[in-house]
Design a protein around this ligand. Structure first.
Ligand SMILES: NC(=O)c1ccc[n+]([C@@H]2O[C@H](COP(=O)([O-])OP(=O)(O)OC[C@H]3O[C@@H](n4cnc5c(N)ncnc54)[C@H](OP(=O)(O)O)[C@@H]3O)[C@@H](O)[C@H]2O)c1
Length: 235
């Protein structure tokens, strides 16, 4: 257990979360990969079945009872957490304009992309306190910046903007615990969310982000990075 590096990744059955889990295990990390449904997680479950380092755990981050179960599972089986990747997110009502955007979509985006991150993180803080160089990585987006307000994806943009503020608040709250908290944007990536025209493959984006995450120390807490390690401002 001593030398093990333990990570939890939310939304790890597909897209960037799956690739995060794969590349972290390739680097020797023990990864607990969150998924919601067995039917849509075959690839992850197969990989977990053939890897000693990869463990799949069913958790919907918008359901705080399930997040509590995750905390219990991690406490009983691993006893510490070195890296929390808050990756899971949704993008409902992406084509709506301000005249027709639904408040339900805004609430739904907020409940996963913001409250899910807040709740997962606060539940896992006691385990992160026991970790080595503990880091929380919130996967953000340029869609949360005021300079990108002209884009559609209104519920998503609002939620990612809130995620930036949440990152700043978490950075302050957990500084004295020596836990670094950053927000990072993966770039525009070919996943279900990014679509097939996107610039980057998941492999390229994750390789870049892991290089950045590797270098994160407490001095970086609160920072917003892109996948190449450029520092962005919150506006
Ligand atoms: N792709 C891009 O171009 C891009 C750009 C900027 C930022 N990002 C960010 O990168 C992250 C990953 O995006 P992606 O492109 O990989 O998206 P994706 O392909 O749509 O995958 C989203 C993942 O989140 C999971 N998820 C959704 N709601 C959840 C919940 N309530 N609890 C647990 N898991 C949940 C999904 O699980 P199910 O399969 O069960 O639905 C899926 O595994 C997100 O934070 C996204 O905002 C992506």
């Amino acid at each position: 257990m001593e030398d093990k590096k333990i990570a939890f990744v939310s939304g790890a059955n597909r897209g960037l979360g799956f690739e995060f889990s794969k590349q972290l295990t390739d680097r020797g990390w023990t990864v607990i990969a969150g998924y919601r449904s067995e039917e849509t997680s075959r690839q992850l479950l197969e990989l977990a079945g053939s890897s000693e380092l990869l463990h799949a755990f069913r958790v919907d981050i918008a359901d705080n009872k399930q997040v509590e179960r995750l905390k219990k599972y991690l406490s009983e089986n691993f006893g510490q957490l070195d890296l929390l990747v808050n990756n899971a997110a949704i993008n409902p009502g992406e084509d709506a304009s301000l005249s027709d955007v639904s408040s339900q979509d805004i609430l739904q985006a907020t409940s996963v992309n913001v409250i899910g991150v807040l709740d997962t993180t606060r539940q896992l803080i006691p385990l992160l306190r026991k970790g080595k160089n503990p880091r929380v990585v919130n996967v953000g987006s340029r869609a949360g910046l005021a300079s990108h307000a002209r884009n559609k994806t209104i519920p998503y943009g609002l939620s990612k903007s809130m995620l930036n503020m949440l990152t700043a608040q978490q950075a302050e709250a957990y500084r004295d615990d020596d836990i670094a908290v950053i927000v990072i944007t993966p770039g525009w990536v070919r996943t279900d969310m990014g679509g097939s025209d996107a610039d980057l493959s998941p492999e390229e984006s994750i390789a870049g982000m892991l290089t950045v995450i590797d270098r994160v120390t407490l001095n970086d807490t609160g920072a917003f990075f892109d996948h190449k390690g450029e520092r962005l401002t919150y506006d």
